[in-house]
Design a protein around this ligand. Structure first.
Ligand code: PGA
Length: 249
């Protein structure tokens, strides 16, 4: 049985004092869960978040990083910079990064490799636009993004990658994919992984759903056989609401 992994993606929200308060509120709410709980916070909150979660079952991730080790890349953060302060996870290739910051399948692939090189666990995002869904290309897009993101990784690395299926039309819009549609998309991704890396790996890899997940729809989504938890944006900004999502059952 795969575990369920529920990650909050705070995006560009929350100051250090809000981060500390949030974690103080969330920790007792999720302390008994069997699900994995991750908060992906802005760079400037990482240190505070890492302090705050000590002695709890909450894990901390970043939302992006560069693939280079070091150098003249003003404003960028390297994989080592995250690793050395004990960040455990990193989101890679979120659709907002692909859309506003020119991330490509190629840079996503480089970032995945760079993450594994230092021992960070990547959460890599794939997803189709509304146009792509309506023209029947959704599965082709998401399986191709998956294939390109994972290219050149070892089987073991693939097994330890978390994939977040996030249809772009469902992010921050209040529109959620139906649980059946979301499950089908995650299933297609799993089939692609099985085709390339074998059934064993495809049965172990965690595939999350993201896009307007909230406490009122999390159970239905996460109970689907191919959905192993969620990447939660807006609804992860309020401790009580996020706690309910983590404790969906
Ligand atoms: P949302 O965002 O839950 O606010 O739709 C999800 C995401 O972008 O990861």
């Amino acid at each position: 049985m795969r575990r369920k992994v529920i990650a909050g993606n705070w995006k560009m929200n929350m100051l250090p004092n809000e981060t500390m308060k949030f974690i103080e509120e969330l920790a007792p709410l999720v302390k008994d869960t069997k699900n994995e709980v991750i908060l992906c916070v802005p760079y400037t909150d990482l240190f505070y978040a890492l302090m705050g979660v000590q002695g709890t079952n909450i894990k901390i991730g970043a939302q992006n990083m560069h693939f280079e080790k070091k150098g003249a890349f003003t404003g960028e953060i390297s994989p080592d910079m995250l690793k050395c302060i004990n960040v455990e996870y990193v989101i890679i290739g979120h659709s907002e990064r692909r859309q506003y910051f020119n991330e490509t399948d190629e840079s996503v692939n480089k970032k995945l490799k760079a993450a594994f090189e230092v021992g960070l666990k990547p959460i890599v995002c794939v997803g189709e636009t509304l146009d792509e869904r309506e023209s029947g290309k959704a599965f082709q897009i998401i399986t191709s993004q998956t294939e390109k993101a994972l290219e050149g990784l070892t089987k073991d690395q693939v097994k330890n990658t978390i994939i977040a299926y996030e249809p772009i039309w469902a992010i921050g819009t209040g529109k959620t994919a139906t649980s059946a549609d979301a499950n089908e998309a995650c299933e297609k991704i799993r089939e692609k992984i099985s085709e390339i890396y074998g059934k064993d790996i495809s049965e172990e890899i965690i595939i999350q759903y993201g896009g307007s997940v909230k406490s009122s729809n999390s159970k239905e989504l996460f109970d689907e056989p191919n959905i192993d938890g969620g990447l939660v944006g807006g609804a992860s900004l309020e401790a009580n609401e996020f706690g309910k999502i983590v404790n969906y059952k």
